[in-house]
Design a protein around this ligand. Structure first.
Ligand code: HGY
Ligand code: MN
Ligand code: MN
Length: 431
């Protein structure tokens, strides 16, 4: 990756236009190199917070940032910043970035697309010999996926003041390690977790590029999506307690079958989500733990996750009320106990109107077809949006598939999304 020498940059100081287009080959190489840090190379991509693979990918990303002569820093929560210095560093910076951690057996684009496109966008600005007014940072937000600690967007949540130091001590992984302990173990100064917090006004604007993880762009053959709103998750762990007993000896009319009750509640969740009148709502039961999980035993104990997404709080609350009423009816009918534990109950975000129109303007200037849409998936921008105006750029997911080894985005589409990102970041950094 060729970098202008200081003289060229100085000589071209006055240029304000990005003179080069994003390079799909550079993007492809970086994504393929990051994908080497993978615990399940034979079955998709798995890179979980603070595992050997994720730690190695952090080192790689920092190397790429240094190659671009960005100032590399990491806060006490493990959020990594690669900053292109502006001429007026005291001004509130402009941010871009996403995540490098994955769900188990994921694809190679979810999150990484936003990191790589951010790095490529800064390369374009630098190669054009431009020094923006404001600093522009590419950020690797800590652990956007709930995979290890059961809670999403850990780094951006802490920045937004939605995850306290005390709560980082309560958050435990399957082996009982707390996030707080793991931050310490990986060399982070947990006495400075308070400094992670960002307040309104500290960041001028943030624009995240991400794969769409749905099929709207792919079906419409449009390379760039401009996100109007980001759905927010409410995650419950539902615990159903029945009566464990013999599969053959217990007559059908005398059972308190926890798994049959769980199945009824799952189908009710699907029915209510399909019937929702909101603009966009989904409900998913993705994880079920059946005890004792034996062929010839009626389960007396089931824990299941319910993941609810909605672009507005009202339809989400309405759905939750219906689901809890149905749980009560199932409980009475089947003689089982059903309890809901709330893991998180987050508020959806409308993206900043000014950023939406700027993204539309830059796409048009670049003659890149773009369309507006909403995000069913949540992203770090959901929390960054608590303290800064946010915009998001989507690039197409082939057949809408994501969180799967079949996840695919054309590198040429990523390059177009990166062009829009670079021009938008520069415009914001020169305000
Ligand atoms: O689940 C989500 O929406 C995100 O991909 N973590
Ligand atoms: Mn994801
Ligand atoms: Mn993601």
């Amino acid at each position: 990756m060729r970098i202008c020498n200081r003289t060229e940059v100085f000589m071209a100081q006055q240029t304000t236009q990005i003179a080069v287009r994003a390079d799909a080959g550079v993007i492809q190489t970086m994504l393929e190199e990051i994908n080497r840090f993978n615990a399940t190379p034979e079955e998709g991509t798995t890179r979980i917070l603070f595992t050997e693979q994720e730690l190695a990918s952090r080192v790689y990303i920092k190397e790429k940032m240094r190659e671009l002569e960005l100032d590399v820093t990491e806060d006490a929560a493990g959020n990594i910043f690669g900053t292109l210095p502006g001429t007026e560093p005291a001004l509130a910076p402009v941010w871009t970035g996403s995540h490098i951690d994955t769900v188990p057996n994921a694809g190679m684009f979810d999150g990484m697309a936003g990191i790589v496109s951010g790095l490529e966008a800064l390369r374009l600005i630098r190669e054009s010999g431009i020094r923006p007014r404001r600093n522009i940072s590419v950020i690797v937000y800590l652990s956007e996926e709930p995979t290890r600690f059961g809670l999403s967007c850990l780094g951006s949540r802490m920045m937004a003041g939605c995850l306290s130091e005390e709560e980082t001590k309560q958050l435990k992984d399957a082996k009982g390690n707390s996030l707080w302990e793991m931050l310490k173990k990986t060399g982070h100064d947990v006495t400075k977790l308070g400094e992670v917090r960002r307040k309104k006004g500290e960041v001028a604007a943030a624009v995240e590029l991400h794969i769409e993880q749905n099929n709207v762009l792919d079906q419409n053959k449009i390379p760039v999506g401009i996100v109007r709103g980001i759905c927010a998750p409410t995650i419950f762990t539902v615990h159903i307690t029945g009566k464990q007993s013999h599969a053959g000896g217990t007559p059908m009319g005398e059972r308190k079958d926890a798994y049959a009750a769980a199945s009824e509640l799952t189908l009710a969740a699907e029915r209510f989500a399909k019937a929702s009148t909101g603009e966009y709502l989904t409900a998913t039961v993705g994880r079920v733990e059946v005890f004792p999980n034996a062929v010839n035993v009626i389960s007396g104990d089931v824990k299941m996750s319910v993941d609810i997404r909605s672009i507005d709080m009202e339809s989400k609350e309405e759905f939750i009320t219906k689901l809890k009423n149905e749980a009560e009816a199932i409980s009475a009918r089947r003689g089982v106990e059903i309890t809901f534990h709330t893991e998180n109950h987050d508020t959806p975000l409308r993206c900043d109107a000014r950023l939406i129109s700027l993204l539309r303007e830059k796409s048009a200037e670049l003659e890149i077809p773009a369309m507006e849409l909403i995000s069913g998936a949540y992203h770090d921008s959901l929390f960054v949006g608590r303290f800064a105006p946010v915009g998001m750029i989507f690039v197409p997911s082939k057949n809408g598939i994501s969180h799967s080894k079949e996840e695919w985005t054309e590198f040429s589409d990523l390059a177009l999304g990166t062009d829009v990102l670079a021009h938008t970041l520069l415009a914001l950094a020169n305000e």
